[in-house]
Design a protein around this ligand. Sequence first.
Ligand SMILES: [Zn+2]
Length: 96
Amino acid sequence: MRELQLGDIIDDYCVKCRRITNHAIVSLLDGQAAKVRCRTCYSDHDFRNEIAPPTKRELMKQKELFNAVLNGMTPGTVPAEPADAEEPKAKGKAAS
Ligand SMILES: [Zn+2]
């Protein structure tokens, strides 16, 4: 198995470019990339194993689906742009 070294170019997901790009390793931890620098926009960030974080839109969609199930509605009948004011606030249960 080849050891990673500082400056090695590896693929990772860049949140700024919003896609998998080439990254140079700028920090190593236990032989694994800890921090990388995007070769496209030169921003540093933690190495994330090429995994894209869920976007706000995806999180919203999950929430919509969740609420739709709670309300006994089928997904798709949910209005395209739900009003934020309709969010239940008095429930006291923070989504984790
Ligand atoms: Zn980038």
